[in-house]
Design a protein around this ligand. Structure first.
Ligand code: SF4
Length: 490
């Protein structure tokens, strides 16, 4: 099996930006904490760019936040403005050159950009920028945004953002550090989240509210679809830029990507998942003795399933928390080893019992079949798999690494065929109606394209889709990029 096929259904990326209103407090330590909170959204690289309004310093590297930053590096990232990023690659390979924030020169001084999402017109924009003399050093769509901002034929950085937004197609949640401002903007459908928060002396923008809790901030409200938010020491302004015909919030943020303690669109993620589990129990009851979550992805939904069914919730699988997330392993062989050492079944709990196994999704089916086998080896008499999302039939082009249907088991197999393949005694998925009921949001406010094929944007061409859309590139080799890049002010 091709290694890229193993790399499916990852989180996308996490973005954050901070501005300290007293113009003295360093912003990098706050961004550093925020990135820890957003680590689940991307574990391949991390970066922070900080500035005092004149001089910008950036550090980015491959690895986890804890691996990339030392106290000395955080101290060197001087200034009261900062943007940060954690990456999982959905466009461009995993290289240091592709790590974010991307920093470019602009008429307004150095400009740092962090992006979550996927531009479906990135190849065309890039060709136009290259024809205009722009030299790219990465294969990410984020660099396309950065150069488009820097080359906008306008006189202010805010106007550059307004110029840029209508020219981008697809999913984009962007934070920018430029001059003495941080900017945040979102595509017209609001596919990926971006929330504004405030603390005693700072403004913060972040992908999830859990980042605010870590820095002592409070959510103030979502950046609206198609909106530009301008944060300055004097205050925050929200500018509607794009017409927003309909919202299309990604349902998988609720099902899987976001952290349970995050609040998205006024819905706490854990409670939403718990409701999914309750409805799942009504839709697919099982003749069983206990409910076992796949840790941690199935925990909240399993709690709901147990409450509704009256079955006891048990810890039947133990997760080794010191192993990286299984789907981050680069090769099938390593991945196989990862799955085996990551989970263990509790024989004392499952032996001789009929188990309802709850997880949030089935992508390829390989992980589910291994877990079913694990439970059977530990003596489970029956395993009834229940999934708190509907089957994933279609690829995602908005920042999730599933750009082809071939990667998705439900694209080509019936529920019965999937049951047989994973080796479960029965299999039940939450229905689309059940999902909408659990979210308590109107269907028209949601993107469910990977479930129903109704994409909120045009469907990208083959050339535009996928993580290699901007490769190969005459990229700067990682060793040529200084670890800490210092940009002189204007
Ligand atoms: S296609 Fe699926 S994963 Fe992608 S944004 Fe829409 S709901 Fe989310």
């Amino acid at each position: 099996m091709d290694a890229t096929i193993e790399r499916v259904w990852k989180e996308e990326c996490g973005v954050a930006a901070v501005l300290c209103r007293d113009r003295r407090t360093p912003a990098a330590p706050l961004i550093h904490l925020a990135l820890y909170a957003l680590q689940h959204r991307g574990q391949e690289s991390a970066g922070i760019a900080a500035s005092d309004g004149r001089r910008l310093t950036a550090h980015r590297d491959l690895g986890l936040v804890a691996q990339v930053f030392t106290p000395e590096i955080i101290l060197a990232l001087d200034g009261w403005l900062a943007v940060g990023h954690v990456r999982y690659a959905t466009m461009g390979s995993v290289t240091l050159a592709n790590a974010q924030p991307i920093v470019v020169s602009s008429p307004w001084g150095p400009l740092a950009v962090a992006h979550n999402g996927n531009l479906i017109n990135a190849p065309a924009l890039r060709r136009a920028l290259e024809a205009d003399g722009c030299v790219f050093t990465s294969s990410t769509d984020t660099e396309v945004i950065a150069h488009l901002l820097a080359r906008a034929p306008v006189s202010t950085a805010e106007e550059a953002a307004r110029y840029c937004m209508p020219r981008l197609e697809g999913a984009f949640t962007v934070t920018v550090l430029v001059e003495d401002m941080v900017l945040g903007f979102r595509d017209r459908h609001g596919i990926r989240p971006l929330i504004l928060g405030g603390g005693p002396n700072f403004w913060i923008l972040a992908s999830e509210t859990c980042a605010f809790d870590h820095v002592g901030g409070e959510p103030l409200g979502e950046v609206e679809p198609g909106e530009l938010v301008v944060c300055a020491a004097e205050g925050v302004r929200a500018v509607p830029v794009l017409e927003a015909p309909r919202r299309a919030h990604c349902v998988f943020e609720y099902i899987y990507f976001a952290r349970p303690d995050t609040v998205l669109f006024h819905r706490n993620v854990h409670q939403a998942r718990r409701r999914m589990g309750r409805i799942l129990a009504r839709e697919h009851p099982a003749p069983a003795d206990l409910v076992v979550p796949v840790p941690d992805s199935g925990s909240s939904a399993a709690m709901g399933y147990a409450e509704e069914s009256g079955l006891p919730l048990e810890i039947g699988l133990i997760k080794n928390r010191y192993i990286g997330r299984t789907f981050l392993q680069p090769s099938p062989a390593v991945r196989d080893a990862g799955v085996q050492i990551k989970l263990n079944a509790l024989r004392e709990v499952v032996d001789g019992r009929r188990v309802v196994l709850v997880d949030d999704s089935i992508v390829r089916g390989t992980t589910s079949s291994r877990i079913v086998a694990l439970l059977r080896r530990a003596g489970a008499r029956e395993v009834h798999m229940r999934v708190s999302s509907p089957p994933i039939h279609f690829p995602c082009f908005y920042g999730i690494d599933t750009s082809s249907r071939g990667q998705l088991i439900a694209a080509t197999r019936s529920v019965e065929e999937i049951r047989e393949q994973i080796g479960a005694d029965s299999l039940g998925y939450l229905s689309q109606a059940g999902l909408v009921e659990a979210l308590r949001l109107p269907t028209e406010a949601l993107c469910m394209a990977c479930l129903d094929g109704r994409y909120p944007t045009r469907v990208p061409t083959e050339e535009e889709a996928g993580r290699a859309a901007l490769e190969p590139v005459a990229a700067t080799s990682p060793s040529e990029i200084p670890e800490v890049a210092v940009w002189p002010g204007r």
